[in-house]
Ligand binder design. Structure first.
Ligand code: NAI
Length: 564
């Protein structure tokens, strides 16, 4: 680098920031990694200590600070501070210390951060808040918050956050956590993404009564007003971020599916709670079947908790069952779903359309025992159905009790059990209990991270059914190739790529999900499979062929290194 270069050239990027403005811009700040020549050119002399440091040294300093902090909330605040000041350092730090840092910026810690949002909120937050009182002006407000081209918009209305429900505008942190995961696992350019919180109010009384809550203090919009608000938002995205992929995150059960179906063919979009969760859980079931040498079509699958995730998983499994040659009716007969009213049965009132699709025939259960309120509970279902696969998406801690699991394990040599509810405290069971109650025979993957469990034949690694194994490759493929929509076929191609990389697909005693340290490798494989499927289905721009996919993905991939 020569002194004759101007500031923008010296940075290797096009911008004309100098001095403090540059140090305050996370997309271009290098901190102590600015060379002496850059410091001279860019008006940084006197603003940095004299040592010029490498990115590796900056990561090392960050790690020293991070690892001495007393708790996860302090660690979140620290990492969030790095993100706000230097994007390259943030992403390199995350990549180099993945297993320690990912649970901090994403689940489970981010859940606790969101619950304390009223007290932890600090401006500026790199995201957009669009609120119900800005109706009619959303395009203008969105345009105001955008500083450059946008490839992907990650939006939440915070109604169904993790297992902790309505969190007002706090869900912006989930969006930011997931955007970090996109970059980490697939290489999405973090300067071309947008986190959006739709503030339609909150129905959580504690937030409405909290003088420090920074969101709208009103009941959530409902019905047509809600839908009109979302429609205006989507139009604003189409106008201000043309071609961008739209990722729907943590919408409430009553809206999630409706919005997905309404918009999925209008712009490239998907709902991670429905399709991402479904893909990851289905990949786990597929891998378990392969590891155990059992056909998927012969599984008897019980899903406990028929909300957004549970119904999404059921739909994904139904597609895979049909792909084995079963008719739609035969496929449906392999799945039993329960919710608050017990086993879902035809004619039940108050079921969402997705849950009603899973209802079983009354004739099938006429002789099954019911409780005092006429419900058929999980214990009875397990005894009657003799399931081979049990999936928990209920947020009911401990629902997979010893009697339930023992009954399952009595009838099935290798029960596949996925207690997916988050956070950790809401898991339907712990892996240690599941292995104990099944004499070590269960294949287990969880929603939250769990420590390995000692078994007589060694430590059993517990795979985490983390959506980070699927959604980054899915969204990144859509962005890199310019796909017009995200089809079921693309999702199935992505989950197949994931299933092939699950260790238990080769050895049932191995983990039923890849290790987090392999997330980037899995993300690359998923992206390629998804992109190829999209091209095959005719969803790519004219002239794009499968031969071009690898190059397009490579060209779009961002890596955390300093330019210049
Ligand atoms: P949701 O609120 O849409 O669904 C939960 C369902 O459980 C509701 O239908 C509710 O009525 C039902 N339920 C509550 N109490 C019950 C009871 N006693 N018996 C039977 N059913 C009961 O929430 P969502 O989004 O489906 O998430 C559910 C859980 O799954 C959350 O903890 C979430 O964090 C977790 N999850 C895990 C993922 C993963 O591991 N990759 C991905 C997405 C969600």
């Amino acid at each position: 680098m020569t002194i004759a270069m101007d500031g923008a050239q010296a940075m290797g990027t096009l911008h004309n920031k100098r001095g403090l403005d540059l140090l305050r811009d996370p997309a271009h700040n290098k901190g102590t990694a600015f060379s002496l020549a850059e410091r001279h050119l860019l008006g940084l002399e006197g603003l940095l200590p004299p040592q010029v440091e490498s990115l590796e040294t900056q990561v090392q300093r960050s790690w020293e600070a991070f690892s001495h902090l007393p708790g996860d909330l302090e660690r979140f605040a620290f990492v969030d501070g790095v993100r706000r000041s230097n994007l390259v350092l943030f992403h390199r730090f995350l990549a180099d210390h993945l297993e320690a840092v990912l649970p901090i910026v994403y689940t489970p810690t981010v859940g606790a951060v969101i619950q304390g949002f009223s007290r932890s909120y600090r401006t500026p937050i790199e995201g957009v808040f669009l609120s119900a009182d800005q109706r009619g002006r959303l395009r203008e407000v969105l345009g105001n918050a955008i500083t450059g081209p946008v490839d992907l918009v990650l939006v939440t209305d915070s109604e169904g956050i993790l297992g902790i429900g309505d969190q007002g505008v706090g869900g912006i942190h989930i969006c930011q956590g997931k955007l970090a995961v996109y970059t980490l696992c697939a290489g999405l350019d973090p300067r071309r993404v947008l986190a959006v919180a739709l503030d339609v109010g909150t129905n959580r009384p504690s937030l409405l009564a909290d003088p420090l809550y920074p969101g709208l203090r009103q009941q959530r919009l409902e019905g047509e007003s809600y839908l009109a608000f979302v429609e205006e938002f989507v139009e604003a995205v189409e106008q201000e971020c043309p071609g961008a992929c739209l990722h729907w995150e943590d919408f409430g059960n009553s809206h999630a599916r409706l919005l997905l179906e309404r918009y999925r063919w209008r712009l490239p979009s998907f709902n991670d709670d429905i399709q991402g969760t479904s893909g990851v859980a289905s990949a786990a079931v597929l891998a378990a079947c392969r590891g155990l040498g059992q056909p998927l079509a012969e599984q008897r699958i019980v899903i406990f908790g028929a909300g957004t995730a549970g119904c999404g998983i059921a739909q994904g499994l139904l597609r895979l069952l049909e792909a084995t040659g079963l008719s739609p009716l035969e496929a449906r007969r392999r799945i039993w779903a329960l919710d608050r009213p017990g086993l879902l049965l035809e004619g039940m009132d108050g079921l969402t359309p997705a849950a009603a699709d899973l209802a079983r025939d009354l004739a099938e259960v006429h002789a099954w025992p019911r409780d005092g309120q006429g419900r058929i509970g999980l214990q009875t279902v397990v005894e009657q159905v003799r399931p081979t696969v049990l999936i928990g998406t209920s947020t009911v801690a401990g629902a997979f009790s010893q009697p339930v699991v023992s009954a399952m394990a009595r009838q099935c040599p290798n029960p596949v059990i996925l207690p997916l509810s988050n956070p950790t405290s809401l898991a339907e069971a712990t892996p240690a209990s599941l292995l104990e109650w099944s004499d070590g025979r269960a294949l287990v993957a969880t929603g939250s991270p769990f420590e390995p469990v000692p078994q007589p034949d060694g430590l059993r690694q517990i795979g985490q059914c983390n959506n980070c194994f699927l959604f980054p490759g899915l969204g990144f493929a859509a962005v890199a190739v310019g796909l017009q929509a995200i089809s079921d076929g693309m999702i199935d191609a992505g989950l197949e790529a994931l299933a092939q990389r699950i260790p238990a697909s080769r050895d049932p005693r191995a983990a039923l999900m890849p290790a987090l340290s392999d997330a980037a490798e899995v993300g690359a494989a998923v992206a390629e499979a998804v992109a190829r499927a999209g091209v095959r289905e005719g969803l790519a721009p004219a002239g794009v062929t499968e031969d071009m996919v690898e190059q397009l993905l490579q060209r779009a991939r961002w890596t955390p290194t300093y330019s210049g």
